[in-house]
Design a binder for this molecule. Structure first.
Ligand SMILES: NC(=O)c1ccc[n+]([C@@H]2O[C@H](COP(=O)([O-])OP(=O)(O)OC[C@H]3O[C@@H](n4cnc5c(N)ncnc54)[C@H](O)[C@@H]3O)[C@@H](O)[C@H]2O)c1
Length: 354
C-alpha cells in the first residue's frame, strides 16, 4: 500500500533541474500541478555544455509564466550542507526529488572526486535535510548500473547488486543503502528509482546517441563498443518522467514493527523500457531518423564513419529492466519505442543546432 501524496498547493524540490531528466520533470510539474511552488536546484556544472542547461532553464522559466505554479531556481551544490539546510528551512518542501548527481560511468574512472562529493556527500546532505525538515516523500535517482555484470535477465530489484563495476554504480548503490538507514531510523518515506539509459530531445551530450550524432555531423568516426554486441534497455525521457511523477504521489506507508520501532518506509523500483535493443539496431534507427530530420544527407556514408571496438572499462554488455513491480504498484510501465523516441530527438537536434 502507498500513502497518497497530493502535490497541489505544496512545494516540490527537484535537485538536478535543469539537468536532462530534472528539467523534463519540472516542465511536467508546471503543467500538471494546479498550485504550489517548484524549486529547482542545480550547480550548473560544465560536465557537458552548460548552454544546454541554460536552454532547458529558459524553457522552464517560459512555462512558469503561464503556469499556476511558482518556480524558483537556486544555483548551488547539494554538497553545500549549509545551503541545503537553508533551502529546506526556507521552502519546506513536501516532496524532494534528488536527481542531482555526477552521472556517467566512464567519467568516474578519471574523475572519482566529483562522484564522492556530489553523489555521496551531496546525497547525505539531502538525507540530513529530510531528517531535520520532514518531507512526505523523498524520491531519488539510482541507476541500472547497480546491476553491474549480472547475468540473470531481466534485472529485478530482488536481485543481488553487490558487485558494482564502476565507481558511479557504487555511489548509486550506496545511495540506496543510505536511504534505507534514514528511512528506518527517522521514518522518512524514501523511494529509489533505477533508471535505464534515458534518452530524448535536449538530452545529455555525453550519451551515445547524442555524441554519435555530433560526430557524424562533423564527419568524424563513431566507435561502437564491444563490437556492437551490447543490448540496452533504452527508455524515452517522457516515460521516465511519467514514472517519477506517479511515484512521487505514492509514498511507502509508515508502519510500526513488533518491536515498536518504525519499519522502514522504503522502496526501490526499476524504470526501464523492458525491451532491450541491440546497439546496432539502435544505431541504424538513429541514422534513419537523422536523415529523415535532415540532420544528415540521404547519401551519408555511415559505413565509412564507424568502427567496431572492444569493451570499455566500467561498461556492461546488457541492461534489461523488469519493471513489473512499478506496474503493479503504480499502474505504469514505459511504452515509447526507439523509433518514436529517436525521431523526437532528431527533430529537436535539427531545430536546436540550426
Ligand atoms: N540519463 C540516464 O540515462 C540516467 C540513467 C540512470 C540514472 N540517471 C540518474 O538520473 C539523474 C539525472 O540524470 P540526467 O541524465 O538528467 O543527468 P544530468 O547530468 O543532465 O543532470 C544532473 C544535474 O545535476 C547537476 N549536478 C551535478 N552535481 C551537482 C551538485 N553537486 N549539486 C547540484 N547539482 C548538481 C548537474 O549540473 C546536472 O544538471 C542522475 O542522478 C543520474 O545519475 C540517469
Amino acid at each position: 500500500m502507498k500513502q497518497r501524496v497530493d502535490l497541489n498547493g505544496k512545494t516540490i524540490l527537484v535537485t538536478g533541474s535543469p539537468g536532462f531528466i530534472g528539467a523534463n520533470l519540472v516542465l511536467r510539474l508546471l503543467k500538471e500541478m494546479t498550485s504550489g511552488t517548484v524549486v529547482s536546484l542545480d550547480n550548473m556544472n560544465d560536465y557537458y555544455d552548460p548552454k544546454l542547461k541554460e536552454y532547458r532553464l529558459s524553457l522552464i522559466e517560459d512555462a512558469a509564466k503561464t503556469s499556476g505554479v511558482g518556480h524558483v531556481f537556486i544555483k548551488g551544490s547539494i554538497a553545500d550542507q549549509a545551503l541545503i539546510d537553508r533551502v529546506f528551512d526556507e521552502y519546506k518542501p513536501a516532496v524532494a526529488v534528488n536527481l542531482a548527481a555526477q552521472a556517467g560511468v566512464r567519467y568516474s574512472i578519471d574523475h572519482p572526486d566529483v562522484y564522492i562529493e556530489s553523489n555521496l556527500i551531496g546525497f547525505y546532505n539531502i538525507l540530513e535535510a529530510c531528517r531535520h525538515h520532514p518531507v512526505e516523500h523523498l524520491v531519488y535517482a539510482s541507476s541500472s548500473s547497480v546491476y553491474g555484470g549480472n547475468k540473470k535477465v531481466p534485472f529485478s530489484t530482488d536481485d543481488k547488486v553487490d558487485n558494482p563495476v564502476s565507481l558511479y554504480a557504487a555511489t548509486k548503490k550506496s545511495n540506496e543503502l543510505l536511504a534505507h538507514s534514514y528511512a528506518k531510523l527517522y521514518d522518512i518515506p524514501c523511494t529509489g528509482l533505477r533508471f535505464f539509459t534515458v534518452y530524448g530531445p535536449a538530452g545529455r551530450p555525453d550519451m551515445f546517441y547524442f555524441s554519435a550524432t555530433q560526430k557524424l555531423v562533423k564527419g568524424e568516426t563513431i566507435s561502437i563498443f564491444n563490437y556492437g554486441n551490447c543490448k540496452r534497455d533504452f527508455t524515452y525521457v517522457d516515460d521516465i518522467v511519467e514514472g517519477v511523477l506517479r511515484v512521487m504521489q505514492g509514498a511507502p506507508e509508515k508502519k510500526t514493527g513488533e518491536d515498536g520501532l518504525p519499519l522502514p518506509p522504503y522502496a526501490v523500483y526499476n524504470i526501464g523500457g523492458g525491451t532491450p535493443e541491440n546497439l546496432l539496431d539502435y544505431i541504424s534507427t538513429l541514422q534513419e531518423e537523422l536523415v529523415r530530420a535532415k540532420v544528415l544527407p540521404p547519401d551519408y556514408d555511415f559505413e565509412k564513419h564507424r568502427k567496431l571496438v572492444g569493451m570499455q572499462p566500467g561498461d556492461v554488455p546488457v541492461t534489461y529492466a523488469d519493471s513489473r513491480a512499478l506496474e503493479e504498484d503504480y499502474g505504469f510501465r514505459p511504452t515509447i519505442g526507439i523509433r518514436e523516441g529517436l525521431r523526437a530527438f532528431a527533430a529537436w537536434y535539427k531545430e536546436y543546432y540550426s
